[in-house]
Design a protein around this ligand. Structure first.
Ligand SMILES: *Cc1c(COP(=O)(O)O)cnc(C)c1O
Length: 395
């Protein structure tokens, strides 16, 4: 029987009921401007303060180190451009990142290269993991910043962040991490892990779209992002997105209060789906099987075109993704899959299924029921498939 299965939680998540409940009063009775002195204004200010505390608690940070932004992309841009411009004043114009960062990072470092910064893109190897010793070897006298994502949005691999943080600390280099996919899925403690800056986004953890955070350790004087009012300690001006911030506060508290149980349940679902899907002929799992997000499954099927697979899944009520949502408008396979050494043809036949706590074991049953027959049908229609199984087409 046909079901509706939302398995694209790495693209975005539905807002949770508690989050929506926390947001609605901000549009109704609690509509004040947090900068106003009277009652409704001060009520809104309290809401923002409570959310700031919730985020700080979730990360092991101080509330005054939390800056609300419009999302993960803005936080990445601010951290990276801000640090680059700050350190350039000291003659440091080298940045280290990895080949498979989100475009919010890669397009930012590309923009900085045009300004004259030099960028080293670390290899992520076949398992989708950066090697800390390679990072250490890449550090230079003029290195301004290391920015390595916590967990990858396509293949879900979790980087050795504590080791990277320790190396950066030892060499006195600032360390930023895009933790958009990790927050709420992996326990994070910015102080223990040596993280100087961290980006997160509400809509990836059952919060609303258009709100995020930059954690900026005290004493890092990166330039202000938006000049204007005194909001966010004068560093990112503009009347606060009170409802969004309220939603983010509740979402992060919900997500971080039950990381362990949720991770255990999702990991079991993930591994059952992987084991079942790998029974399909000429299939492979992309990214390390263990050091990966609890809800992330990324598979490749030889002889299949990812877009056709997505259309067939959609006809069966399944929402998934191939490559990254941001690149699916182009014919180039995902830079993430190429970075781990997949040939173009195999990268084209990839499928990402990402779960959240709103998914169930029945969803896994349904996926395992539908997926093999769709792959069979697409292969039967493919002019390449005969050649592939006869070994004439080499991947
Ligand atoms: C979604 C995502 C972003 C962008 O966040 P937005 O809030 O949508 O701007 C950045 N980095 C990663 C790893 C993501 O998954």
């Amino acid at each position: 029987m046909k079901r509706f299965v939302y398995a694209d939680n790495a693209a975005t998540t539905p807002v949770s009921p508690a989050v929506l409940e926390a947001m609605l009063p901000c549009y109704k009775e609690n509509y004040g401007n947090p900068s106003s002195l009277y009652g409704v204004g001060q009520a809104a200010k309290k809401t923002v303060d409570a959310a700031r505390k919730a985020v700080a608690d979730a990360l092991g940070a101080f509330p005054e180190e939390i800056y609300f932004t419009s999302g993960g992309s803005e936080s990445d841009n601010w951290a990276i451009k801000g640090t680059a411009h700050l350190m350039a004043q000291k003659g440091k114009k080298h940045i280290i990142t990895s080949k498979f960062e989100h475009h919010a990072v890669l397009h930012t470092t590309a923009a900085l290269e045009k300004e004259g910064f030099e960028v080293t893109y670390l290899d992520v190897h076949h398992d989708g993991l950066v090697r800390p010793e390679e990072l250490e070897a890449a550090l230079r006298e003029d290195t301004a910043l290391v920015t390595i994502m916590y967990a990858n949005n396509e293949i879900g691999t979790i980087q050795p962040i504590s080791e990277i943080g320790a190396i950066c600390k030892k060499h006195g280099v600032l360390f930023h991490t895009d933790a958009v996919q990790a927050v709420g899925n992996v326990p994070i403690d910015v102080k223990k892990q040596g993280i100087d800056m961290l980006s997160l986004s509400a809509h990836k953890l059952h919060g609303p779209k258009g709100v995020g955070v930059l954690y900026l350790r005290k004493g890092i004087p990166i330039p202000n992002l938006i000049e204007g009012g005194a909001q966010e300690r004068g560093r990112r001006a503009g009347t606060e997105n009170v409802a969004g911030i309220a939603g983010l506060g509740v979402a992060i508290r919900e997500a971080c209060s039950s990381i362990e149980e949720r991770a255990a349940r999702l990991t079991a679902m993930r591994d059952r789906l992987i084991a079942g899907a790998l029974k399909i002929d000429r299939s492979r799992l992309n990214g390390d099987p263990v050091k990966r997000l609890p809800g992330n499954v990324n598979l490749s099927f030889e002889g299949i075109e990812g877009e056709s697979l997505l259309l067939m899944l959609d006809m069966n009520g399944i929402c998934a993704s191939s490559g990254s949502a941001c690149t699916s408008g182009s014919l180039d396979p995902s830079h993430v899959l190429l970075s781990i050494g997949l040939p173009h043809a195999v990268a084209h036949g990839s499928l990402r299924l990402s779960f959240s706590d709103q998914n169930s074991e029945e969803d896994v049953d349904y996926l395992l029921e539908v997926l093999p027959s769709i792959v069979d049908r697409l292969r039967a229609m493919s002019p390449l498939w005969e050649d592939i199984i006869k070994g004439k087409t080499v991947y």
